[in-house]
Write a protein that binds this ligand. Structure first.
Ligand code: URA
Ligand code: SF4
Length: 197
């Protein structure tokens, strides 16, 4: 496997100094991502850093992040540190508002560069924002999730965002977001097993 470390460190430095959109004014830290860089099988792409991520500089460390860890580790028996985890947007939108179309397009070069360098077998997009950033579609996450799509030859699986699961916690049954997400993480595990066994 070619060592991508130099290109990776340059990209990381570029993001940490980035002032391409207005989100640079209010951020405390950029959140580049974390996980295995060489021989990376799967990447999870979230939306944007929240408060905990902005303060720590790490992806998915707040409440939604804890739930993501549980979905992976309890739901899928996938250890979180075997997956590269990042976001569509590298700086926190104030008050956790949705990023604008201009902010998404300003930041997209970094996610694309990360995916091209990591060249994973599988990309998982969490919620509408990363899914629409990578797939040219008008469909929403409810119809896209749980089905395999493709981004530049890489297989892509959309799933519900863990924040959506937190908002719909009371729902039960085999159409509930939680149940469907448990199905999706098992499908993910099945594909990861094929790659690693
Ligand atoms: N939600 C996201 O989409 N990403 C994070 O890093 C944290 C919460
Ligand atoms: Fe740069 Fe992205 Fe941060 Fe905007 S959100 S300043 S484009 S790194």
């Amino acid at each position: 496997m070619m060592d991508i470390r130099t290109a990776w460190e340059e990209l990381k430095h570029k993001v940490s100094a980035c002032r391409k959109c207005g989100l640079c004014e209010s951020r405390h830290n950029t959140v580049f991502g974390e996980g295995p860089v060489n021989d990376c099988h799967a990447v999870i792409v979230g939306e944007a850093p929240g408060e905990d991520e902005d303060i720590s500089g790490r992806p998915f460390v707040g409440r939604a992040g804890q739930l993501l860890t549980d979905i992976l580790e309890k739901g899928g028996k996938i250890s979180r540190d075997t997956i590269y985890i990042t976001n569509t947007i590298k700086c926190r939108p104030p008050g956790n508002r949705n990023p604008s179309a201009d902010e998404i397009s300003a930041c997209s070069e970094y996610l694309e560069a990360q995916l091209l360098l990591l060249h994973p077998d599988i990309v998982v997009t969490m919620g509408n924002i990363p899914t629409k950033a990578l797939l040219d579609t008008k469909e929403g996450i409810t119809s896209l999730r749980g089905k395999w799509h493709e981004w530049r030859g890489i297989r892509l699986l959309p799933m519900f965002h863990p924040s959506y699961l937190l908002r719909t916690e009371g729902l039960r049954g085999d159409k509930s977001p939680k149940y469907l997400t448990w199905q999706d993480v098992l499908a993910l595990k099945t594909e990861i097993n094929k790659l690693t066994h």
